[in-house]
Design a protein around this ligand. Structure first.
Ligand SMILES: N[C@@H](CCC(=O)N[C@@H](CS)C(=O)NCC(=O)O)C(=O)O
Length: 223
């Protein structure tokens, strides 16, 4: 039996979507974030990294625990996808979305929250350095990372790389899910354009993604 360890309001919604799209049976274990926003310690008992998603399944008849969204998605698509849900164009996006785009999203989130946590009176002084890092390094990089995706999506009426030969989403879409929700519905990205906005809406209207959102528990990035 497949078990997915899912953290609310997190990337692991990507994996719920893959499982719903594939139509395989799975056991969903949902964890709530601590007030600090971190994952609870129980997740560290599942895997030493303590980050979601973590998937338990079998490879060659032996039980395995897999971390990292892209690794989990590849495992599921190759094992259960019957040759569907892939495209030769997935390779770049699979790495780019987590490696570049998501890194700058996380930098922005962490710096913005740290600025918001400084008492208003002290902010002009104590927030000087994080504000400078944000405006001189994080935001320009995030904006250019977003523009690469925007360019890909701007004339695109369907999936990220146009889907597989049956019109299904592919690994690129499974990776972009959550990231697109954070950008479009998270209220912190100023440079998203019509491509990402329309894609974010289409994704949340897709049947299997709607089921994923329903099953994900608390999800603050709903349209
Ligand atoms: N690159 C990893 C990132 C895993 C990750 O950072 N997960 C976040 C959820 S979005 C997490 O578990 N955060 C909780 C924490 O940092 O304590 C992946 O794609 O799976």
């Amino acid at each position: 039996m497949i078990t997915l360890h899912h953290l609310e309001n997190s990337r692991s919604i990507r994996i719920i979507w893959v499982l719903e799209e594939l139509g395989v049976k799975y056991d969903l274990k949902t964890y709530k974030r601590l007030p600090s926003g971190l994952a609870p310690p129980e997740l560290k008992q599942v895997d030493k990294l303590g980050h979601a998603p973590i998937l338990e399944d079998e490879v060659d008849g032996k039980p395995v625990k897999i971390a990292e969204s892209a690794a989990i998605i590849e495992h599921l698509v190759h094992k259960y996808g019957q040759g569907k849900y892939t495209s030769p164009h997935d390779t770049f996006w699979k790495h780019y979305i987590e490696g570049s785009l998501m890194s700058f999203c996380v930098f922005k989130l962490v710096l913005s929250i740290s600025i918001e946590k400084v008492p208003a009176l002290l902010r002009p002084v104590l927030a000087l350095v994080p504000r400078m890092i944000l405006s001189q390094w994080v935001e320009p990089n995030l904006n250019s990372a977003i523009s690469v995706v925007e360019e890909q999506l701007k004339d695109n009426q369907g999936w990220m790389v146009d889907g597989d030969e049956h019109g299904n989403p592919t690994i690129s879409d499974f990776m972009l899910a959550f990231t697109v929700d954070v950008l479009v519905y998270g209220g912190r990205a100023d440079s998203i354009g019509p491509g990402l906005t329309a894609y974010g809406k289409r994704l949340q209207e897709h049947e299997s993604y709607k089921r994923a959102i329903e099953k994900a528990g608390d999800y603050r990035y709903k349209k």
